[in-house]
Write a protein that binds this ligand. Sequence first.
Ligand code: HEM
Length: 196
Amino acid sequence: MAVKGADRPADRLPQAASMPLARLRKHLYERAPHHAAPGFMMDNDIQGRPAHVAAIRERAEVEMRAMGVDEVFIGRLVETFYGRVLTHPDLGPVFDARLSGRWPEHMEKMKSFWSAVAFRSGAYGGKPVQAHTGVADLTPDLFPKWLALFAATLDDVAPSPEAKAWFMGTAERIAKSLTLSLFYNPALDDPTKKAG
Ligand code: HEM
């Protein structure tokens, strides 16, 4: 029950009175859209609304199945793509410098990442922006190369044109979001800070 006369944020939410404090805090402060990583589709609402979540997953499952996307395809996409990344003259050295000795873990992580994005499963709990922060020699010009290689890989392994379009569109949005998070400098858009 709400305390009479108090103006706690909880009192403004009808369902909040019955929530444990930790969950309430999450509900109030961690779901605000301006706190969400731009462009990333990990669903912040994934907890606490089981029926809604189940409906989202069911829809994703139907949509993916209609395009021929399943776990076998995702495994093949990841294996083929990173196999080609390694032989790419510009991308290969950047990836291998960071992942040497850790490739099997990276492959598993990327499979669970793509599976979570496609099937909205919530199974991937990583932090992609942070993961890229310390990658040596990661420059913005590498992103178009990454995307071109991903497109060429999809041309060879995607089960349907719709599947290619979905994976490509998703990768492009994430690449844009990563590029902004990693390289965007607001000062460059501020006329007062521009050198004359
Ligand atoms: C030129 C472009 C890119 C480069 C050089 C790059 C490189 C890397 C490297 C080296 C890691 C391993 C980090 C570590 O474990 O220490 C990594 C992780 C990852 N990358 Fe990229 N990446 C690029 C673009 C992308 C794009 C476009 C996506 C998404 C479509 C993506 C998704 C991820 C994810 C999900 C991880 C795992 C993050 C985690 O640890 O949870 N990357 N990337």
